[in-house]
Design a protein around this ligand. Structure first.
Ligand code: PMP
Length: 549
């Protein structure tokens, strides 16, 4: 279907609609410096101005990541907003109808009902495959939209591209393809087909693999003519300033990649483990970050999990999903907790050091005070889960993968009811040990790291993996704690790292803001690590200054 044919299906009042326009839209081209147009407060607090209604910066970044033009993109308050707006653009209340598959994502029917649009659900086959002929048979002259979700929520399967293309060619309205879970699937996104089919709208979201459900940013990708229709009816400022800024800052494909990889590995492990339980009848294959699991007693199991403070989605009353729970894949330790709650035995990672690759190590260290699982991969992928029970400490440790360019997972359970000391110290020791083990004989690396980044605070970290151990600390904190982390533990942490990694580590920092100062130290440390562990161009020896100084 070409754009002209699609526009014929748009509600006449929407085609005729003159959208709300801001003065800043009207003066495009000039660069105003004094803003007396929008009755805002003039006092700058970072939020006193309205956000960019066209979301230009964010659109450009998303478009670049997805390999398309910003004009093809609509950004909404979650993809839920796009779902609602599609009804408002195409369906005349009380007259038109939409078709969808069942079971599928519940918001399609809710948005239909909100807009007074008849909603026709076509059941998937018992194996959740698509019955394209039944879908086509459900459509009539007043059918404007078809919702397909692939990978489908809650069944987890995806539909072959040929079947979707065949519906794009034969369905008499707009096909909305919801790819919320596409990052977890081996099948490629069908976004490129939006250039060919003006009646295709692909929905994606930052809520799943990108890890930003709390921000509420979803996208619809379509022919620019269709994207413009959604823009025309949206609230002018539908994505607020913090959301636009945070999304821009957090759209890091390397982090997404690392998380998706871990989820996919866990999906296989959890599916296999679940199959061993006598209460599990079937685990359906999944292309998403969840598993649909048929069990003997869904309500009983659901209640048992709730008792253990684990919440899953009970889908057993959804037609086609009798007996089923939908279980999202969590972190490895969350998944272990789920499996144990279901009575499935989970072997914990063995105590000690496990070399998982060339510069990739996993250490499990259990003492009376702490139980620490730490995985370090010097060659990435960058990112990883960090959980110590101390949110500020987590925030600091997160600087290490991001600024160090390494993969780091830390899951620490410590005796925080006593105090933070053992947890912080032991994470430091294990991190140091992991660095030492990943470097092996320390051949062929940069060896040294020096760095001096500036913020409102500055931090200097000097690092040498030559083998001598020396720790120096020149940083003073006035406050006893930053967040939940006692500042006296900061030097202690780095001293522990230094001992474990067998290195020279000299740290100096100053600044006014205690949070920034701590963060500058962690960032500088990470940058120094990055330099020191970088593979040197001379792989045959550890560079030494002996004899030359
Ligand atoms: N589509 C599907 C298939 C979903 O499962 C969900 C959320 N559960 C959404 C869309 C909504 O995503 P968003 O957070 O972007 O509104």
């Amino acid at each position: 279907m070409n754009l002209e044919a699609v526009l014929k299906r748009v509600r006449p009042n929407i085609l005729a609609l003159e959208p709300y326009s801001t003065a800043r839209d009207e003066c495009r081209g000039s660069r105003p410096e004094v803003f007396l147009d929008a009755n805002e407060s003039p006092y700058d607090n970072g939020l006193n101005r309205y956000p960019d209604p066209r979301q230009r910066a964010l659109k450009e970044k998303v478009a670049e990541l997805k390999g398309m033009s910003p004009e093809q993109l609509f950004l909404g308050n979650g993809s839920d907003e796009a779902i609602d707006l599609l009804f408002r653009v195409f369906c005349r209340p009380g007259l038109d109808n939409a078709v969808s598959i069942a079971p599928s994502y519940g918001m399609y029917s809710v948005a239909a009902a909100t807009n007074d649009i008849a909603f026709r659900e076509v059941p998937l086959r018992p194996d959740f495959s698509l019955d394209a002929e039944a879908v086509l048979a459900a459509a009539d002259a007043n059918t404007k939209l078809l919702f397909l979700c692939s990978p489908n929520n809650p069944s987890g399967n995806s539909f072959p591209a040929e079947e979707i293309v065949s519906l794009l060619k034969r369905f008499p309205g707009v096909v909305v393809l919801d790819e919320a879970y596409i990052d977890f699937s081996e099948r490629p996104s069908l976004i490129p087909l939006t250039r060919e089919y003006a009646n295709l709208v692909v929905l994606q979201t930052l809520s799943k693999a990108w890890g930003m459900a709390g921000l509420r940013v979803g996208l619809a990708v379509a022919d620019p003519g269709v994207a413009a229709l959604l823009d025309k009816v949206k609230y002018p400022y539908n994505i607020n300033i913090p959301a636009q800024k945070m999304a821009l800052a957090k759209l890091d494909p390397a982090v997404r990649e690392a998380h998706v990889r871990e989820i996919l590995g866990e999906r296989v492990r959890v599916a296999k483990a679940l199959q061993e339980s006598p209460s599990v009848l079937r685990v359906y294959p999944s292309d998403a970050n969840f598993l649909l699991v048929k069990v003997t007693d869904p309500d009983g199991l659901y209640a048992r999990l709730i008792e253990r403070k684990i919440i899953v989605r009970n889908r057993s009353r959804v037609p086609g999903c009798g007996g089923c729970l939908r279980i999202t894949i969590g972190t490895p330790s969350e998944n272990d907790r789920l499996l144990r709650a279901l009575g499935i035995e989970v072997p914990g990672p063995a105590d000690g050091v496990e070399l998982l690759g060339d510069r990739h190590v996993r250490i499990r260290r259990k003492t009376r005070e702490t139980d620490i699982l730490l995985e370090l991969n010097l060659d990435g992928p960058v990112g990883g889960t960090i959980r110590t029970g101390l949110p500020f400490f987590d925030h600091m440790l997160e600087q290490i993968p991001h600024h160090g360019g390494v993969g780091l997972r830390v899951e620490a359970k410590g005796d925080l009811q006593v105090d933070e000391h053992h947890t912080v110290e032991d994470v430091g020791i294990v991190l140091g040990e992991a660095i030492d083990k990943t470097l092996g004989a320390k051949l062929g690396i940069g060896r040294y790291g020096f760095v001096l980044p500036m913020d409102d605070s500055d931090a200097m970290v000097l690092l040498d993996f030559g083998g001598r151990i020396d720790f120096q600390w020149r940083a003073e904190f006035r406050r006893e704690k930053v967040g939940d982390l006692p500042t006296e533990l900061l030097p202690h942490f780095f001293q522990s790292v230094c001992a474990g990694a067998r290195c020279n580590l000299h740290i100096a920092a100053r600044g006014e803001n205690e949070h920034h100062k701590a963060e500058a130290i962690f960032k500088a440390f990470a940058r120094a690590i990055r330099m020191a562990v970088a593979r040197s161009p001379f792989p045959y020896e550890l560079p030494s200054s002996k004899g030359t100084l």
